[in-house]
Design a protein around this ligand. Structure first.
Ligand code: FDP
Length: 341
């Protein structure tokens, strides 16, 4: 129904249409998603100006209007918090930028959802004009009190009720799921609206791309090295994958989601638990990946089944096209000595 040359669907209309399929829906989740989309537009506008920083004043200096320039990741963090904290939909938040729980201020109503997010992933790439992203995950509160507690935030990924990411690239795109497929929206900057551009994204069963930082090969265990040889067609009888690694998670994930491929950030002697964060990087992307027909594991276990124990815990990650992730599962199944497992 949504895309043909004569119809344009805004993200608001799409969210509303999805909500109408559930008569019991209160609209709270929809409103929360709008608020996140608004924050994404504000962050996108700031990122577009980032290249002008040398002209307009660098971080920590005053800009031409006499305002203090903020670091973009701090700005993104505050923008998201301000966009969502007062709507009465959330009871707690967690961010990559903040050590503990971010509470809802006392003067605002608390709701039934918790938001976990990475406000600006790959922010070191901004200086060199490489795409960066925002990643978010929403779970429902399980404790009884008014405010959300750590237990509410530490839920396995399969309990996510919604998740998404925004990629600030040559265009800004927001991709999200509420468990009814993964849908992508492109920001039309001339009207300031996210328009449905990629309904019901399906990732190919067999990928084209391998995304891994192989400068860490010296720290990998034998099964990981074997897996990479298999992906490259140096061992076994599979066709080889082509290597693409931006080093900006959302950019690597987004390319592989659309084109097919596997993103790997393995455990290693250097990073026994991998590098990426389970709750606000790996889980939301894993939810989207599964909704698009792909898979995500930590080496041995479906990622969405991992029980978190810490807000900022890291996880090894193998995520993308199903047959490529299956190969990782098979390769590691025969080895009990995974570093970090
Ligand atoms: P960054 O350190 O630049 O913020 O989550 C952090 C992240 O980037 C991901 O975006 C990226 O996929 C990964 O780290 C890159 O890590 P390596 O440099 O170790 O490959």
């Amino acid at each position: 129904m949504f895309t043909n040359s004569t119809s344009v669907t805004t993200i608001e209309a799409f969210i509303l249409e999805q909500e109408s399929r559930y008569p019991e829906a209160t609209g709270e989740l929809s409103n929360l998603l709008y608020d996140i989309a608004l924050a994404a537009k504000i962050i996108a506008a700031a990122i577009r100006r980032a290249g002008l920083v040398n002209i307009l004043g660098s971080i920590g200096q005053k800009n031409v209007q006499g305002e203090e320039q903020q670091k973009l990741d701090v700005f993104a963090n505050e923008t998201i918090i301000k966009a969502v904290d007062h709507g009465g939909r959330l009871c707690a938040m967690a961010s990559e930028e903040v050590e503990g729980i971010i509470p809802i201020p006392e003067n605002f109503k608390c709701g039934k959802y918790c938001l976990l997010f990475d406000p600006l992933d790959g922010s070191s790439n901004i200086d060199v004009n490489v795409p960066v992203g925002t990643v978010f995950s929403i779970v429902q509160k399980i404790t009884r009190g008014r405010h959300g507690e750590m237990e509410d935030l530490l839920q396995p990924g399969r309990r996510q009720v919604a998740a998404g990411y925004v990629i600030y690239g040559s265009s800004t795109m927001l991709v999200y799921t509420t468990g009814q497929g993964a849908h992508g929206f492109t920001l039309d900057p001339s009207i300031g609206e996210f328009l449905l551009s990629h309904p019901n994204i399906r990732t190919p069963d067999e990928g084209q791309f391998l995304s891994v930082n192989d400068s860490y090969e010296q720290y990998w265990d034998e099964p990981t090295k074997k897996l990479m040889r298999r992906y490259r067609g140096l061992e076994g009888d599979r066709r080889h994958l082509t290597v693409r690694y931006v080093g900006s998670l959302v950019a690597d994930f987004h390319r592989n989601l659309l084109g097919g491929g596997v993103f790997c950030y393995p455990h290693s002697r250097k990073s026994p638990q991998g590098k990426l964060r389970l709750l606000y990087e790996a889980n939301p992307l894993a939810f989207i990946c599964e909704q698009a027909g792909g898979a995500a594991i930590d080496g041995k276990t479906r990622l969405l089944d991992v029980q978190p124990t810490d807000l900022h815990q890291r996880t090894p990650l193998f995520m993308g096209s199903k047959s490529d992730v299956d190969l990782a599962l098979q390769t590691f199944a025969h080895h009990s000595e995974l570093v970090g497992a």
